[in-house]
Design a protein around this ligand. Structure first.
Ligand SMILES: [Zn+2]
Length: 219
């Protein structure tokens, strides 16, 4: 990888809809156009996605930014795995939306990522601090190993989030945006589950404007 390290973080770069694994799938933009736009061009972009999506802290992002050029092979390998995971997720969600069986190769890839995530996660008991005294709350939760332990670590929570969604009844609420040029995946959490656009601000408005002008023309 010969990319020049970008300047320190700017404002958020990725447009996120709120579900981390679907947002990850949407990092290949303009899929239906036949000329998709790659938003993850290099490891810096991947790390940036990690920060924008709340997976990496600013300090963890700095850690990776400073090491990409020192460990280009590791960063390149993490990139390759990230793209493979993303395309596997796209294939699986697309198949399910079309009531088709999930492709086996894609399932194998997701499962390989899930194994990796499982190897790097453990159950820990949560503690809260009250009056400066740590108190055990009794509840247990999954925690991942330190995310700076591997260039590919940010894929653990993405794979886990995908598995949680795929194995839940919410998977029926995964939709592709109705805009023929967009088709971003989103989770339809609207009350009636009739949401058609990835975001009203982007695609919903564009469709509204198109309908407005079409009506005007006919009038
Ligand atoms: Zn859209």
């Amino acid at each position: 990888m010969t990319e020049i390290r970008p300047a320190r973080r700017g404002p958020p770069f990725f447009e996120l809809l709120g579900n981390v694994c679907l947002d990850f799938v949407n990092t290949l933009d303009n899929r239906p156009s036949g000329e998709p736009k790659e938003l993850l061009k290099n490891y810096y972009d991947l790390a940036r996605f990690g920060e924008d999506a709340g997976i990496l802290t600013p300090e963890q992002l700095d850690f990776f930014y400073e090491r990409v050029h020192l460990m280009p092979d590791e960063a390149g390998e993490a990139m390759r795995r990230a793209i493979n995971l993303r395309e596997a997720l796209y294939a699986i969600f697309s198949a399910l939306m079309n009531k088709q069986p999930a492709p086996q190769l894609a399932m194998d890839r997701l499962n390989a990522n899930l194994h990796d995530a499982a190897l790097h996660s453990r159950l820990v008991q949560t503690k809260s601090v009250q009056n400066k005294m740590p108190q055990v709350e009794g509840r247990l939760e999954w925690r991942f190993d330190e995310l700076t332990s591997s260039f590919g670590a940010m894929l653990w929570p993405i794979a886990r989030a995908a598995a949680d969604l795929l194995a839940s009844s919410d998977v029926a609420l995964v939709r592709a945006c109705s805009s023929p040029t967009c088709q971003w995946l989103f989770l339809d959490t609207s009350k009636n589950h009739h949401r058609r656009w990835c975001s009203m601000k982007q695609c919903g408005n564009r469709a509204k404007v198109r309908r407005f002008y079409a009506k005007k023309k006919m009038a």
